[in-house]
Design a protein around this ligand. Structure first.
Ligand SMILES: CC(=O)N[C@H]1[C@@H](OP(=O)(O)OP(=O)(O)OC[C@H]2O[C@@H](n3ccc(=O)[nH]c3=O)[C@H](O)[C@@H]2O)O[C@H](CO)[C@@H](O)[C@@H]1O
Ligand SMILES: C=C(OP(=O)(O)O)C(=O)O
Length: 418
């Protein structure tokens, strides 16, 4: 497995271009299962989750071909084959085949999804919603087996909690269902809106995506898409935090400003100077960051996928901050490793109390999940001396060349095989 050696202390200056969004690319790849002809997704990031999800679609009979940043997907020869855990455990979004396969073939057999081990991550809301559309479910030998004896039918679905992939799964299924589906308490994340924009381009009628009520008018057939995925707001946010830590200045290009509102408010309060010009955000490091309390929440709240990176910044802030994680019950695994680098963090239930220290110092740490790996890389960039971050396969799952992009703006990082 690869590891990174980071020599801390260098400023970061220059431009970084943001890649396409992982969490929008995966559901849009799943949408290719709704059509018979060739779809083209543009701006697809080069990362492990995309490759692994591609393997899942290929297992189902789809043909995929990458040409630079464009991914061609053709699911004309697909059938609903069983998806074993060896495939589904590689990527959380594997659960997104449920909706399209049920809508198109009327049956699915799929093992439970993998992804970051940041909590229990149940899929009861996906199942509740698909049941409302007429599917029945049994669980046998580790597989979810779903059937729709008749065509899926539009229905009213009230989610108990807003779920991002749950909302997407229902949108995918409902787009080929008979009649109208209304999703209430739906997730409002930008990736949901991006999937809706793609489905609308395929001929589906969808209202309200990006609000808590989404209405989908099911279609008999959908056309293939030619669609450019939105830029990755979590990659963007990660580089904005890198800028607040070490920017002199760091210019992040390809940003969608409205996606960063919650993060920018906190970075400014912490003391970073930030200038927004069109699709670029320039960040100057906070000379002595100030402690600020943060609480994660569904969009437009503070994103849980940025919580670990913010923890790094708060580790070297003046004063004590309370960081509250409201979405996932096991998303503080990085705290122990930040303490190895000299941070002072106390965990209490869903809170981390972070007492800022003047400086972190290099050590060997282990990435436990995707965004935790980014927080440790950021910590290595500002720690004194050398930091080794092990298990960066987690990082490669969801970041398009994070280390390479940081090296290009002055980060001293080298990759080696352990
Ligand atoms: C591939 C992808 O897009 N992953 C993102 C997606 O994950 P994912 O879609 O898995 O996250 P959800 O939005 O579903 O989870 C939100 C909350 O709802 C709960 N829940 C979810 C589904 C369900 O059936 N029952 C239930 O109780 C979860 O335990 C969690 O507490 O949104 C998360 C929240 O923004 C992000 O951290 C992930 O990066
Ligand atoms: C938690 C994440 O990914 P996944 O849902 O794929 O595990 C993430 O992108 O931060």
């Amino acid at each position: 497995m690869d590891a990174l050696l980071i020599h801390g202390g260098n400023d970061l200056s220059g431009e970084i271009q943001i890649s396409g969004s992982k969490n929008a690319s995966l559901p849009i790849m799943a949408a290719a299962m709704l059509t018979q002809n060739e779809n083209i997704l543009k701006g697809v990031p080069d990362l492990l989750d995309v490759r692994n999800f591609g393997r899942i679609l290929e297992h189902l009979g789809a043909r995929l071909r990458r040409e630079g940043e464009n991914l061609h997907l053709n699911s004309g020869n697909c059938s609903s084959r069983a998806l074993p855990s060896a495939l589904t455990c590689t990527v959380r979004a594997s659960i997104l085949v449920l909706g399209p396969l049920l809508a198109r073939f009327g049956h699915v057999k799929v093992s439970l999804p993998g992804g970051c081990a940041i909590g229990k991550r149940p899929i009861d809301q996906h199942i509740k919603g698909l049941k409302a559309l007429g599917a029945s479910f049994v669980f046998e030998n580790g597989y979810i087996v779903a059937r729709a004896c008749h065509h899926l039918r539009g229905a009213k679905v009230l989610f108990d909690v807003p779920t991002v992939t749950g909302t997407m799964n229902l949108m995918l299924a409902a787009s080929l269902a008979h009649g109208i589906t209304v999703l209430s308490n739906a997730a409002q994340e930008p990736e949901v809106e991006d999937l809706a924009a793609c489905l609308i381009g395929m001929g589906c009628v969808i209202e309200g995506a990006g609000t808590d009520q989404v209405t989908i008018y099911g279609q008999r057939n959908l056309s293939p898409y030619r669609y450019k995925v939105m830029s990755d707001r979590i990659e963007c946010g990660t580089f904005l935090v890198a800028g607040a830590l070490a920017g002199n200045p760091l210019i992040v290009k390809g940003c969608i400003h409205k996606h960063q509102a919650a993060l920018l408010e906190k970075l400014r309060a912490i003391g970073a100077r930030i200038e927004v010009t069109g699709g670029s955000i320039t960040v100057y490091k906070a000379l002595r960051p100030r402690a600020v309390d943060i609480c994660t929440g569904p969009f437009p709240g503070f994103p849980t996928d940025m919580q670990p990176q913010l923890m790094t910044l708060l580790c070297i802030a003046e004063g004590a901050a309370v960081l509250t994680e409201k979405l996932f019950e096991n998303r503080f695994m990085h705290a122990a490793w930040l303490c190895r680098l000299g941070a002072d963090i106390t965990l209490a239930s869903d809170c981390a109390i972070i007492r800022g220290v003047p400086m972190l110092s290099g050590s060997t740490v282990v990435a436990t999940d995707l965004r935790a790996s980014a927080c440790l890389v950021l910590a290595g960039l500002v720690a004194s001396g050398d930091t080794i971050v092990r298990s960066v396969a987690h990082m490669d799952r969801g970041f398009d060349r994070l280390d390479g992009k940081l090296v290009a703006v002055g980060g001293r990082i080298s990759r080696f095989e352990e």
